[in-house]
Design a protein around this ligand. Structure first.
Ligand code: BTN
Length: 264
């Protein structure tokens, strides 16, 4: 069995000192998807920073229509409702900021290098350790809400990752050989996100670009992607301040935004 104690919300509240993220906490022992709940709550007017956290999802959402699987009470599964006042095309860096900030926290617990895979996966030497899914609602080209959902593999044992994954997955436990207190990890991640979000809102992605680029696993690697309906290969050169991935393809400089990018 891999189950830990539940993530009791009063314990999170007692340990978390934050300005925005997690000032309001909804805890559900089991839910279909925290992102789904967060999107609904956002429509009902939940404020900036509201947190929805669960111990188990029956229909966790991943990027590109995939599912996010996690055994009961073994990992971190949460969504944050954000209301940054910005144009809708400026949202991509929010998820990059989340990835960089969570990667910094993960590194503290597993004591190995931790990378980001553009746009917003967090990778460890053993494989993907965190996934982030942002769902944005906009009006008149401005952001109304961004729901950022985060799954961090903490205490999942190797044998419980689904066979169907198209990438290797790792958890704090598979990397360190021991369990970690999910509440402590959650509080650390949320406090860092709270600081990072405040910095992002006041200074923009520029405050994170150098840290993100240094952590970028794809930097200098050849990647394959779709551009103007054709498959293409190029070498990753960096990140634009709007979050786009800069790729050199022969003599051409490409900036990628929502394409799936694969290292070859
Ligand atoms: C990915 O495909 O890498 C993104 C995975 C995001 C999973 C998290 S778990 C909590 C939140 N609720 C969801 O339904 N999905 C996100």
């Amino acid at each position: 069995m891999s189950a830990d104690r539940p993530l009791f919300p009063h314990e999170i509240r007692a340990a978390l000192k934050s300005r925005t993220i997690g000032r309001r906490i909804y805890y559900l022992p089991e839910v279909d998807s925290t992102n789904r709940i967060a999107v609904d709550l956002a429509k009902q007017g939940e404020p900036d920073g509201a947190l929805i956290v669960t111990d188990y999802q029956t229909a966790g959402r991943g990027r590109h229509g995939r599912r996010w699987e996690s055994s009961p009470r073994s990992n971190l599964l949460f969504s944050v409702i954000l209301r940054p006042d910005m144009p809708s095309n400026a949202v991509l860096p929010v998820t990059l900021v989340f990835a960089e900030t969570i990667a910094a926290s993960v590194g503290r617990w597993i004591d190995t290098p931790v990378w980001v895979k553009w746009p917003n996966d967090v990778l460890s030497p053993g494989g993907k350790i965190c996934g982030i899914l942002a769902e944005t609602s906009t009006r008149s080209a401005r952001v109304v809400t961004v729901v950022v959902g985060v799954g961090i593999n903490v205490n999942m044992p190797a044998g419980e990752f689904p066979d169907s994954l198209d990438y290797p997955a790792a958890s704090f436990r598979t990397l360190t050989g021991r369990r970690h207190d999910r509440r402590d990890v959650l509080v650390d991640v949320l406090s860092r996100l709270d600081d990072a979000y405040a910095t992002f809102v006041s200074k923009g992605f520029g405050a994170f670009a150098s840290a993100y680029t240094q952590r970028l696993w794809m930097m200098g690697k050849t990647v394959e992607y779709c551009f103007d309906a054709a498959r293409e290969r190029g070498v990753v050169e960096g990140i634009e301040l709007d979050g786009g991935l800069v790729v050199r393809c022969g003599g051409k400089r490409r900036i990628l935004y929502d394409q799936e990018v694969r290292v070859v």
